[in-house]
Ligand binder design. Structure first.
Ligand code: ATP
Ligand code: MG
Length: 396
């Protein structure tokens, strides 16, 4: 057993001592068998939530209606979920009814893919009811049971398939892929936040190109905001981006905005449709604007500064990917010499300006401030009080 599992063993043992079953399940089992780092250890049990709360002193009702209780033991916390089946899928979304059951097999059966439907007991034995080990070996993402039915129950699973493809560099098994191609329109039933979460995970994966190519090939893209009939344009990203992966979500969105040739207004609108956070939206829009500057040969420091210096290295990285060539190092050197991040870093205040110019507060202050800010950014004056005062007086 890997360390993360060993640490959690006392939890399994206590549950078993109370007469119930408990197993490691889900992504952690898959990742352990693949030799990948494990992030969260999920535990599934035949004990009902109330029974778990009896067994352990300190618990939190994390998602009790779905059967999940967090157990606090030895300075660690563990999510323990009761075996369950799901029913009453309405509108191709999540189930509205979960039923607690005592059988592990029933619990594994409701899981999305065979590679995610493995369990490990406390002795390290793998419980493999759906040939998940074989599919792990063959690098296949295959639905548990009939793919078509599984995607009708929860259409998000189609996005999860291509997301796991990107993360693991696996292939979507043929019948599963066919069922996605046949049912792709169901994706439009899913809340955009859930689709986005999977899509962003896909884009930030090491093998994002394979997952993205499949996302296009199976027409999932046609049912995502702003992607309808844009498969050719989006596929161009794959051409130019060999071996390149995105450093953050903002870089990925900017690359997509570029591929779709969106102007600022359209790109803003597009990102709002995907319901990305305001911060991510602003950073992505400014990054793409910066790329557009460099593309037309505008390396003006003031323009770059106004779009946010924090976006500069991302914009450069994107230019490399999109094959927008210029002397990256020379520009980087110039940008690194900009001594302020914002007007707050200026060594002069509005009050100082009033005194120096002997004027009352008014629009002139803001104007003078921007003038000074620009001069500092362009390297025409040092950012210290003496120099700035002098600059102010001689540029009246
Ligand atoms: P990650 O590494 O992203 O956490 P994961 O496989 O652990 O991957 P989770 O979303 O954390 O994915 O879900 C945990 C487990 O719950 C999955 O391995 C799978 O067995 C099951 N699961 C999650 N979402 C679904 C779904 N929409 N339909 C069916 N089973 C699901
Ligand atoms: Mg997980």
């Amino acid at each position: 057993l890997p360390e993360d599992f060993k640490e959690a063993l006392p939890v399994l043992e206590k549950i078993e001592q109370a007469g119930f079953e408990a197993y490691f399940v889900g992504g952690s089992v898959r990742d352990h068998i693949l030799g990948l780092p494990i992030h969260d250890v999920d535990i599934a049990t035949s004990a009902y939530p109330e029974e778990i709360k009896h067994i352990f002193k300190r618990t939190i009702d994390t998602g009790i209606q779905h059967g999940t209780v967090t157990v606090l033991l030895n300075d660690s916390s563990y999510e323990i979920t009761t075996f369950r089946t799901e029913s009453g899928y309405q509108d191709f979304r999540r189930p509205d009814k979960v039923t607690f059951v005592r059988s592990l097999e029933d619990d594994l059966k409701r899981r999305d893919f065979t590679i995610n439907a493995l369990a490990v007991d406390r002795n390290g034995n793998v419980i493999d009811k759906f040939d998940g080990l074989k599919d792990l070996d063959n690098h296949l993402i295959k639905a548990v049971g009939k793919a078509e039915e599984r995607f009708h129950e929860d259409a998000l699973r189609m996005m999860r398939a291509v997301r796991f493809q990107a993360q693991l560099n696996f292939t979507v098994e043929e019948q599963t892929a066919q069922a996605i191609a046949d049912n792709a329109p169901l994706l439009s039933k899913i809340a955009i936040e859930r689709v986005r979460e999977e899509f962003v995970k896909l884009l930030l994966s090491h093998s994002w190109q394979t997952g993205f190519a499949e996302f296009l090939k199976l027409h999932l893209s046609d049912y995502c905001p702003g992607f309808k009939d844009q498969r050719m344009e989006l596929a161009e990203l794959l051409e130019s981006s060999k071996d390149k992966y995105f450093v953050d979500e903002e870089e990925a969105w900017s690359a997509i905005g570029y591929a779709l040739t969106l102007n600022q207004g359209e790109f803003n609108h597009f990102l709002r449709d995907w319901k990305v956070s305001n911060k991510t939206r602003e950073m992505s829009v400014n990054t793409l604007n910066m790329v557009h500057l460099f593309e037309v040969g505008d390396y003006d420091l003031w323009n770059i500064y106004k779009l946010g210096l924090d976006n500069f290295s991302r914009a450069l990285s994107l230019c490399k990917m999109l094959q927008v060539f210029f002397d990256y190092d020379a520009l980087t050197q110039k940008v690194e010499q900009i001594s302020i991040k914002s007007s707050h870093d200026l060594k002069i205040t509005g009050k100082d300006i009033c005194q120096i110019l002997n004027v009352k507060p008014g629009p002139i202050i803001g104007k003078s401030m921007s003038q000074i800010e620009r001069a500092v950014v362009e390297g025409n004056v040092y950012n210290n009080f003496e120099e700035l005062s002098h600059y102010l007086l001689s540029n009246q």
